[in-house]
Design a protein around this ligand. Sequence first.
Ligand code: G3P
Ligand code: CA
Length: 258
Amino acid sequence: MEKLKDFVEQRKIFIAAHRGASGVAPENTLAAYEEAMKGHADMIEVDVQMTVDKKIICYHDFKLGRTAQGRKPISRLPLKYLKKLDVGSWFDRFYQSQRIPTLDETIDLIKDKAYLNIEIKSNKKENNKEKARRIYEVVKRNDYIPYTLFASFDLALIADLKSNDPDIHIAGIKIPGNDTPASELKAKYGIEAFIVSIDELTPELDKDCKDNGIYLAVYSVDNWYELEKIKKYHIKTVVSNYPGTISNVINRYFPVTI
Ligand code: G3P
Ligand code: CA
């Protein structure tokens, strides 16, 4: 697989699976990542958290409750406990055997098949710098740095990672309602890409990214109506919960893309 940098330069547009193919399988599970690859997603977006024993796992929320039984914060629970939880039944009983994947297991599954987009969520109650460093170390140990994009709403956190390893790729995620131009964020934090909600796309934001060499990613794009809405913009990455559906029709909206 070519390095992410070369792939992005050559492809007009590509598809990232949001929390895996989370429209058709439970988010952030190996089943969702497998479905994403079956649906020809080029990149898999994952959310990560750190356990009390400092292991990095793929899980969206800071606390249990929405996709797994319990109420406690992930940061106060050990991996061994978390590994017993069923994170599939909330979506469909068919997925009751799904367990929280570690970041190592995820990389093992997608290696040489898909690029990785890791969203690092910061939280006032945690040591975010340590969490980010440990996430970086997992990617490094798996030799997946050239194929990975580190993203966050917390730009200082990913800029700090990049200051320790200038080879990593970083993206800022637009904080809804904060209209600081991406070009200013690039100057301050060195972001290479800007990930924006479809509800916040504007011609000005699009132009600012295009004029300043910042790749624009939009989330979440799940149907023809949303594809129609984004086709006038210079989108590099379509982030979707239904990568299989989008990959089947994307050429209709962005001709000669795949
Ligand atoms: O890629 C951006 C997107 O993943 C951020 O939102 O809540 O799905 O993690 P969320
Ligand atoms: Ca995310």
